[in-house]
Design a protein around this ligand. Sequence first.
Ligand code: PLP
Length: 463
Amino acid sequence: MSRSAHPAGPRHADVMTEGHYSAPAADLNVLDEKVWARTVTRDADGALTVGGIAVARLAEEFGTPAYFLDESDFRARCRAWADAFGPDADVFYAGKAFLSRAVVRWLQEEGLNLDVCSGGELTTALDAGMPAERIAFHGNNKTVAEIERAVEVGVGRIVLDSFQEIVRVAHIARSHGVRQRVQIRVTVGVEAHTHEFIATAHEDQKFGIALADGQAAEAVRRTLALDSLELIGIHSHIGSQIFDMAGFEVSARRVVQLLAEVRDEHGVELPEIDLGGGLGIAYTSEDDPREPHDIAKALSDIVTRECESAKLRTPRISVEPGRAIVGPTAFTLYEVGTIKPLEGLRTYVSVDGGMSDNIRTALYDAEYSVALVSRTSEAEPMLVRVVGKHCESGDIVVKDAFLPADLAPGDLIAVPATGAYCRSMASNYNHALRPPVVAVRDGEARVIVRRETEEDLLRLDVG
Ligand SMILES: *Cc1c(COP(=O)(O)O)cnc(C)c1O
């Protein structure tokens, strides 16, 4: 279907002026493989399948809304990152993107390490058998109890985020009679080209210690002076959903400069640098993510070059992809409930979930795509806004998209690329029951996080 075939008039013009408009794909039935998990395809009847199972069967067995995660895609992405970085680097999966016991086991089997940033994430990791030395502990306000637990179980590294924390971790390590491996998180003054609330390395923010004004150098000085801390490197994380490597280039250069200053002042060459995560994925056909191999090569070239010019031994690099591993591997399946055409504006399509299972659109103005997946359709494209069932007009899942004009209640639609920061940010708003995560692989589907029940809600309510 060509663009000219879709209804012209005010509706069309309105979206153009908002600037979110993109022409419908030539054929709405064609799934853009960039945004869908690897094993997703349409079967002979036109229904979407993942891991060889049709969505109608999945909806019948597991209900909607639900997240379906392509396990072989997840594992393939882990391997791609591990292979791309090779034996001289470490890949830490950022657990906050989505963490469950099954995920922790997959990470172990595929040779990845794990970042956690709370006691809850640490508990999940340990419970699923992740060796503590393969865990890094992050956060700008780790509690004393969390630090104690991390030190006791022997996490591989704690990433120090403030001057107070240097002293706090040192004290706890000393009282446990251990020398804790640590990194210092610095802010390098780079603002990644992404939404303000998810850009984290410019200076006006809560994370890290600024390189500017010699603050990071002072943090190194204090850390090196404490016997119970072993400073293994410098950490920097510049933002999220980043496509442009220029930010990493500046960040790596500044971190290497700090390593050179540390060598000059203290005579020590810190052995590691961690460049964080933040690599972008395709949410819509307009996004062009890089392959892990390209990213690894770009980062290691930058670090090698900078170290050569500073006459430093090249440190071991670590990276922390979260979204880039899990994001593309899952989609959310919804059932269409009501359809409300607003003359001259757009058609509101309400689904059985919403901001409780995907807050990113409301929180960051995130863009998503959507497709009719229980069948194909030859109907004209209609401009839609996919909204949830919550009591907020900002309860939007997909702001602007096209779905076939014959869409009807009971149809299943799916939003791809919801593996990261959707279930992990899900809420019980309106006492919604958080949806399950179902792993699908080679014709088998199994629940890895079950759907919440009303009993779960009432169990917490002890008044
Ligand atoms: C959030 C975060 C990550 C992961 O970010 P993605 O965008 O999911 O890759 C990595 N490291 C740190 C320190 C983070 O805060």
